[in-house]
Design a protein around this ligand. Sequence first.
Ligand code: SF4
Ligand code: SF4
Length: 378
Amino acid sequence: MEEKVAVVKCGSYDKAAVAEAVVKIFSLCDIREDAFRKLLFKPNMLSARTPEEGVTTHPAVVEAAVRYFKSSEKIIGDSPANINKPAELYWDKCGYKQVSEETGAPLVKFSSSFMLDIHLHPHLHPPPSRGRKMERTEVPVTDYLKEFSLINIAKLKTHGLTILTAAMKNLYGLIPGFRKSVLHSIFVSPLHFSEFLAVYYHAVKDYVSFNLVDAVVAMEGSGPAAGKLRDTGYLIGGRNAVAVDIACCKIIGIKPENIPYLKIYGERYGLPEIELAGDELVPVKDFDIPGRRTGAVISNRAFRPLLGLLGKHFKAMPVIDYAQCRKCRACVQVCPVKAISKDLKFDRKKCINCLCCFEVCPYKAISVKKSFIAKLFT
Ligand code: SF4
Ligand code: SF4
């Protein structure tokens, strides 16, 4: 069966223009205003950054989606990895506090969770150096999924670990707070983490009612937190996050098979055929995707045994620019393995290269440096 994906042009974050595009997307996908009784809207609230910085889902997109539905109960929530900063600070900076006040939809924290059973593939296990093999594991996800239908509202960006972040990756945020960072310490290499994302999506997908991706302005280069903004001019929506991400690939000009988590998802469960609806999809020229070649290498089955062996040397390492650093300590707080000292020095033996510190740094003071092996293959 073909999965419908609506692609609608939207040239700015003007509220009326965004609302018109969002209504068109829901209507093209046959999603009625009264389709759901209780709704959770989950934006990408990666960091406490303003809408203009393009790191988080723009509040105009969240507001348009909230206003569309005539549900009896609507809530807005996400759970950033850095639990040491109050959620209220994120809500305020990202513009969601204002959306909540104007729409009456309360903001919620993901404080309680239930366990999702994840069936791992026999090949999916932590790298040999960690010495454990797992066939299944349990992952906590927010309790709200039990009662509320989920509208997943992502932001289109490049990503240092997964190449792309759009609809599928945004669902990782359903895992409360610091538990996200802890999972990085289990699925350490880009290959293992991409495999985890694929099986995690398969386990969580039945809780997702719809996916919207904010690609009015996307992030290229050093995403997901320190890249350059690029006017891409689209909003994208569909019921199936894999299909939506495939459409996102078309917009930024990368083959889905070069995104490791999509490639692995396809190998395991099959990629959907997509039926595009709405406006003509014109790919953005020369979108800067730094992991483009890395993704192609990781996605290539022939390289995987070698990458399994070289996994721990296949690294993208965080580096601090001390002139830029404001000593806010967000990186220290988010690190799952305590690899950053009080005086902001990295312990390279402890570091698992999850890049959580890079993602949360509010001042773009952390950049990513590739190891020799990573440079060799990419
Ligand atoms: S130092 Fe940064 S990249 Fe290394 S483990 Fe800690 S958070 Fe992850
Ligand atoms: S590197 Fe970034 S996150 Fe870490 S202390 Fe400096 S400014 Fe804060």
